[in-house]
Design a protein around this ligand. Structure first.
Ligand SMILES: [Zn+2]
Length: 272
């Protein structure tokens, strides 16, 4: 049994991390091509040409570069922020007084539950990690949904700016190819982004993860839904100015337990 526990079949998936770096290069390439289409090809020459059009071009380029800085900042935060790990032998607070690890009945289904002494199914165990599984936690694929959404956010402004000015002048075959690639890629990302924004606005205001949607449908009142204001604060923090930046105040990081990912407040009147 012990030797079986040491073998982690998911180690075999570690080369997939390389795929993540490939995606980084892919996103960088899309940003570079889009930058060429918007700044070098379209608005830059207008700015340098002077006259009435220059003021408009300057405004667009300032807004564009502000968005670009925000987008790159958010993207790098998503990619390089350590998601953390469940502490070794971690147990849910409600189980602290329960039975010891060795006497638990463990099913080798990674999402399995095991009974506590009272016979209630209170805590979950992850056989992949050989550790307690905090509520609302799941393993995710190498390239997460959130990253996909942020990739898409990267591309939206490029698409809008580019679409406005694409047909303004005669182009070389190389320029036409770059403009075409930019147009197709950004259109695809922009359309998928629109769906994701709508879906995630609904999820964040109801305090539901994308995996919990099904579970929530089967409950009369969702136990994590504390009201839209508290739900938003749980995700973005209590400092509203920081809602638009990928940052939390030190105070929020300390006070908001949900940000630690182990315990989540639930409503007392929830009906399952
Ligand atoms: Zn696990």
């Amino acid at each position: 049994m012990d030797c079986c526990r040491r073998v982690n079949p998911f180690r075999a998936c570690s080369p997939l991390r390389g795929l993540g770096y490939l995606m980084l290069a892919f996103v960088a390439a899309i940003v570079a091509v889009s930058y060429y289409a918007v700044v070098v090809y379209t608005w830059g020459p207008l700015l340098l040409g002077g006259g009435g059009a220059a003021a408009g071009a300057a405004a667009v380029l300032v807004a564009f570069h502000l968005l670009l800085a925000m987008i790159i900042w958010c993207y790098l935060m998503v990619v390089f922020t350590d998601p953390g790990a469940v502490p070794e032998n971690w147990r849910h607070a409600s189980e602290e007084d329960g039975i010891g690890v060795n006497t638990r009945t463990i099913s080798y289904n990674w999402d399995a539950t095991y009974p506590n002494p009272e016979g209630q199914s209170a805590q979950k165990y992850c056989s992949r990690c050989q550790n307690g599984k905090p509520p609302r936690c799941h393993h995710c694929s190498v390239y997460t949904f959130v990253e996909t959404v942020l990739d898409t956010l990267v591309l939206l402004p490029y698409f809008i700016e580019f679409f406005r000015d694409e047909s303004r002048r005669s182009s070389s075959p190389g320029d036409i190819a770059i403009l075409f690639v930019t147009f197709v890629l950004n259109l695809a990302f922009a359309l998928s982004l629109l769906c994701f924004i709508g879906m995630h606005a609904s999820l964040v205001t109801s305090n539901t993860t994308s995996i919990e949607v099904h579970e929530r449908r089967n409950s009369v009142s969702w136990k994590y839904d504390l009201g839209w204001r508290k739900n938003l604060e749980q995700v973005f923090g209590t400092k509203k100015l920081l809602w638009f930046l990928p940052l939390y105040s030190a105070e929020d990081l300390h006070n908001i337990g949900a940000l630690h990912g182990l315990e989540f407040p639930t409503r007392s009147d929830a009906v399952v």
